[in-house]
Ligand binder design. Structure first.
Ligand code: BTN
Length: 243
């Protein structure tokens, strides 16, 4: 199957575009834009997307297993990103649960997975990835957390090669995930996990739980060693902070 790539100079959001055209898409089709006027981040935040500076990439995937399997997916996508950046020559790329990509403890890329469908019919996923390539100074000053960009890690990072390698790697990893599940990614994840073994604070709604972070379980949830023993945490609204 030949995949299509929808390329835009300007668009509201590459994720939104694919979500609006689900019926016409095949697994592996992508959308890329130079500028997003309404880029979306996780937890309803905005993803500021200055013209030409970064990669704004989305890929469609139909997951036959349905929603229940979809949970571990964000970790799979993070693993794919680490593989791609490493293939392109980047060193010391790290991950933070569930799907932030870091370089020297500064955020390099973010993943936003949006889905529709039911358990029976499988589920349709739009995997959105934003990679900082060359942060404009003005934008950098506005970001409220430490950030990094590919320019700091690679000489002349090439956006086209990055997008193409990412499409191929995601394709390969999502197939692997369909066949073998999250277990096939556990080693890759833990090798890149920057919080492994560290004391952390887990924000769960209004609660804050302290413990030592022991990595991920088979479902992709967080394992914490707390005062009352080992506990597993699942769900989208959990955030993990170094203490
Ligand atoms: C995060 O908050 O960390 C996730 C950011 C995801 C941004 C990407 S850019 C391409 C795609 N289209 C969007 O509107 N968002 C994602």
């Amino acid at each position: 199957i030949t995949n299509r790539c929808f390329y835009f100079d300007e668009i509201a959001s590459t994720n939104a575009f694919l979500l609006e055209h689900l019926d016409e898409l095949q697994s592996g089709d992508t959308c890329i834009a130079e500028f997003q006027s309404a880029g979306r981040g996780r937890r309803g935040r905005r993803w500021v997307s200055p013209y030409g500076s970064h990669l704004y990439f989305s890929m469609f995937w139909h997951l036959p297993q349905g929603m229940t399997q979809a949970m571990g997916l964000s970790l799979v996508v993070a693993c794919s990103l680490v593989s791609v950046l490493t293939q392109l020559g980047a060193k010391d790329v790290g991950v933070k649960w569930p799907n932030d990509i870091f370089f020297e403890h500064r955020k390099l890329a973010g993943v936003l997975i949006e889905m529709s469908g039911t358990a029976d019919s499988g589920c349709n996923l739009v995997i959105g990835i934003g990679v900082n390539i060359a942060m404009p100074q003005q934008q950098g000053e506005l970001i409220d957390q430490p950030w990094s960009d590919l320019q700091q890690m690679l000489v002349n990072p090439d956006k086209t090669i990055l997008a193409k390698t990412l499409q191929q790697q995601l394709h390969k990893d999502l197939k692997l995930f369909e066949q073998k599940g999250l277990a096939a990614f556990s080693d890759r994840w833990h090798a890149a996990d920057i919080y492994l073994g560290k004391p952390v604070r887990l924000l769960l709604g209004n609660d804050s739980i302290h413990g030592r972070y022991l990595g991920i379980d088979e479902q992709g949830g967080v394992i914490l060693e707390t005062a009352s023993g080992q506990q597993h945490f699942v769900g989208g609204e959990i955030s993990l902070r170094g203490v």
